[in-house]
Design a binder for this molecule. Structure first.
Ligand SMILES: Nc1ncnc2c1ncn2[C@@H]1O[C@H](COP(=O)(O)OP(=O)(O)OP(=O)(O)O)[C@@H](O)[C@H]1O
Length: 229
């Protein structure tokens, strides 16, 4: 089953193409990484997938729905953590979890999620008083509280210390095992390689290559994904 299907997606800003004919498919239960230099069109593509931007042309289907017209329906089935996700400074971490859990028809036990994500001691802390890493963890937990079929994570571990990164990888591993489809935008090649079944390499608003990390490295004659970029 296909979870995400993108065909000839195009999006320009002020006449300049940011995404210039992107096509790819992601199977249900698959973890796909998107890598590429700054400005390659990764975030714009992801924003079209979650219904935050309307494509100029091309077709996008996520869980069989068009995000541009079925965004609300889709929002209940996907979890999203974007680069510039934020909450009001004064909302407490526990309040945010309760609130987000109330949005979804089959939400997870948010107290257990708090424990899993090492957030238990922060329940009464205001979002604005959390450290960068703690904010990141809370936003991730919020993306998962609705028990989504698909999660979209843009810059999953940016700003986390090495230990928190490792722990986050383990939690993503558990999500994978549970059969969740995961789309992961990352600037960390080790992360993309460790977590992804397949990786899409974006260059100049296009998908320059798409394959397993091993296939990509072999094709580029590179020993790591850095050499594929
Ligand atoms: N809201 C916007 N208005 C105008 N131009 C934009 C806007 N958002 C993105 N762009 C431009 O579109 C191009 C693609 O940007 P995008 O953020 O999709 O790339 P990216 O691969 O996610 O980059 P990064 O790794 O830096 O996040 C860039 O040239 C960027 O300057």
């Amino acid at each position: 089953m296909t979870a995400i299907s993108v065909r000839e997606l195009r999006k320009s800003y002020g006449g300049t193409p940011a995404v210039d004919g992107v096509s790819f498919d992601i199977r249900q239960g698959e973890t796909v990484g998107i890598i590429g230099h700054n400005g390659a069109g990764k975030t714009t593509t992801v924003e079209c997938l979650v219904g935050l931007r309307k494509p100029d042309s091309g077709t996008v289907e996520v869980l069989g729905l068009d995000p541009a017209t079925r965004r609300r329906e889709l929002a209940r089935r996907i979890g999203v953590q974007l680069q510039d996700s934020a909450l009001p400074d004064r909302i407490k971490a526990g309040e945010a979890m309760r609130l987000f859990a109330s949005f979804y028809p089959r939400s997870a036990n948010w107290r257990r999620l708090f424990e899993t994500w090492g957030l238990d001691g922060l329940r009464n802390k205001a979002f604005g008083d959390l450290s960068g890493g703690q904010k990141q963890r809370l936003l991730l937990a919020l993306a998962l509280v609705g028990r989504p079929e698909l999660v979209v994570l843009d810059e999953l571990t940016t700003g986390l210390d090495p230990l928190a990164r490792r722990e986050t990888w383990e939690l993503i591993g558990a999500l994978k095992t549970a059969g969740t489809t995961i789309l992961l935008v990352s600037h960390f090649m080790d992360e993309a390689e460790a977590l992804s079944d397949r990786v899409a390499v974006f260059k100049g608003g296009r998908v320059a290559a798409f394959g397993t990390p091993d296939e990509l490295k072999r094709a580029a004659g590179a020993s790591s994904l850095e050499g594929v970029l």
